[in-house]
Design a protein around this ligand. Structure first.
Ligand SMILES: [Ca+2]
Ligand SMILES: [Ca+2]
Length: 196
């Protein structure tokens, strides 16, 4: 257990992370403290089990899938930059955004489009760019309570896919997904206060 005040100086790549994620230096410092607190045994990285301590993920029906997205390509270790990059999608749009973004710069990770992309890949398990009926069913199974029968669930899955499926191929593309969520306040829905 080192002294907390020395953490700030040791945040890896703090300047490029600030630019990439939009987190302020103060937020990064708090996230770094959070990262180190989650890493209870001081390994220097986080495991799936470490992330399961985050309350907002533990209660989220898609929490396991969100945790998966911290570990792309089957890696088992999450370093601090990887931790912050995923969390940036959930960063609430707030006073840290100055509104004068250079249009030549890439879209911020917490933009509506990037939040939607992140949400989409939670459903599109085989990464073929479409949410199939089967994938919709699997997601709904996690999200709805046990009081719903399998038959009801299948009909909800069918209806959800049909309502979004504009080109009639029986699956939901990213554009169809984005369009069907047009009226939803995705910015608010996908803002997780990770720092309690
Ligand atoms: Ca798919
Ligand atoms: Ca379609």
């Amino acid at each position: 257990m080192g002294s907390r005040s020395s953490h700030a100086a040791r945040i890896p790549d703090v300047d490029s992370l600030r630019q990439e994620t939009g987190f302020s230096q103060a937020s990064l410092r708090r996230l770094y403290d959070r990262f180190n607190a989650l890493d209870r045994t001081g390994k220097g990285y986080l495991s799936r089990m470490d992330l399961q301590q985050i309350g907002a993920l533990a209660v989220n029906p898609l929490g396991d899938r969100i945790i998966d997205s911290f570990f792309p390509d089957g890696s088992l270790r999450l370093d601090f930059p990887g931790f912050v990059r995923v969390l940036a999608h959930f960063r609430p749009v707030d006073e840290e955004d100055d509104g004068n973004r250079d249009p030549k710069e890439p879209e911020p990770l917490n933009s509506r489009m990037n939040k939607l992309r992140f949400a989409f890949q939670l459903y599109d398990l085989d990464r073929d760019g479409k949410i199939s009926r089967h994938e919709m069913l699997q997601a709904l199974r996690l999200m709805v309570g046990v009081q719903v029968t399998e038959e009801q669930l299948e009909s909800i899955a069918d209806r959800t896919v049909q309502e979004a499926d504009e080109d009639g191929d029986g699956a939901v593309s990213f554009l169809e997904f984005a369009k069907s969520l047009e009226k939803m306040n995705i910015e608010q829905k996908m803002s997780i206060r990770i720092l309690k």
